[in-house]
Design a protein around this ligand. Structure first.
Ligand code: DC
Length: 217
């Protein structure tokens, strides 16, 4: 029976986990799912449906019936400060997490053409979504370097924002993501820790690539 090789990448906001996941998936021919985008997309859908973010009953109803394959995941609004904050707030709901977990499991077990496996990045991949993952990374970096990276990204997307505010939003998000009751952000005990504070994207990639090569051989 076919079995995907699974790689779980978790980490703090703007730590570089998405860039790393994308590069590794290209290098080793894996299918890639950015699970943060599911939470961000949920935030956009809730906002469009004009539902109060505290109304979990209605959130559940609208998200359960939503066909995520129709969502435009390339939309720049997913990255906005407002959606980042809303996504972090609604991600505390167990009911929402359960719905999105089903989709993540479905994606992980499915065969994706000629891909040899799947890479998922997020906050609870190595602990909840893929506790049996073949390889796990936990990526982090100092708050100031993460704020700098996210600020540059937002500016490049044409969104006007100030660095201090980006830093505060990231700090608040880290606190919410790691202190929530359900599936908090935490490194799995068997995760490889990658601190990218002093590494650029390519250096982080080369380091992680060596670990993947070692485990695949
Ligand atoms: O990775 P990101 O910054 O795009 O994620 C946006 C928010 O979604 C994040 O603040 C917390 C939530 N999230 C989560 O709770 N679990 C995941 N696996 C991925 C994201």
């Amino acid at each position: 029976m076919f079995k995907n090789i699974t790689i779980a990448i978790d980490g703090t906001a703007a730590s570089g986990k998405g860039t790393l996941a994308r590069s590794l998936s290209k290098e080793f021919n894996f299918a890639y799912l950015d699970t943060g985008k599911l939470y961000r997309a949920s935030a956009v859908i809730i906002k469009k449906a004009d539902i109060n973010y505290e109304n979990i009953k209605d959130i559940k109803k609208v998200i359960r019936n939503y066909d995520f394959s129709k969502f435009d995941f390339l939309n720049n609004s997913l990255k906005s400060d407002e959606i980042s904050k809303l996504a972090s707030m609604i991600s505390g709901y167990k009911e929402l997490r359960e719905i999105l977990l089903e989709y993540q499991k479905y994606f992980s077990n499915k065969k994706h053409g000629d891909k040899i496996g799947v890479i998922l990045d997020g906050r609870d991949i190595g602990t909840i979504v893929l506790p049996e993952a073949d390889i796990k990374f936990f990526v982090t970096a100092s708050l100031s370097i993460r704020a700098e990276r996210r600020w540059k990204e937002l500016i490049s997307l044409g969104q006007s924002t100030i660095k201090r505010r980006v830093e505060k939003d990231i700090r608040d998000r880290d606190v919410r993501d790691s202190q929530r009751k359900h599936s908090p952000l935490v490194a799995a005990l068997d995760a490889i820790l990658l601190d990218t504070t002093n590494l650029d994207a390519n250096e982080s990639f080369l380091l992680a690539k060596r670990y993947v090569e070692e485990r695949l051989n």
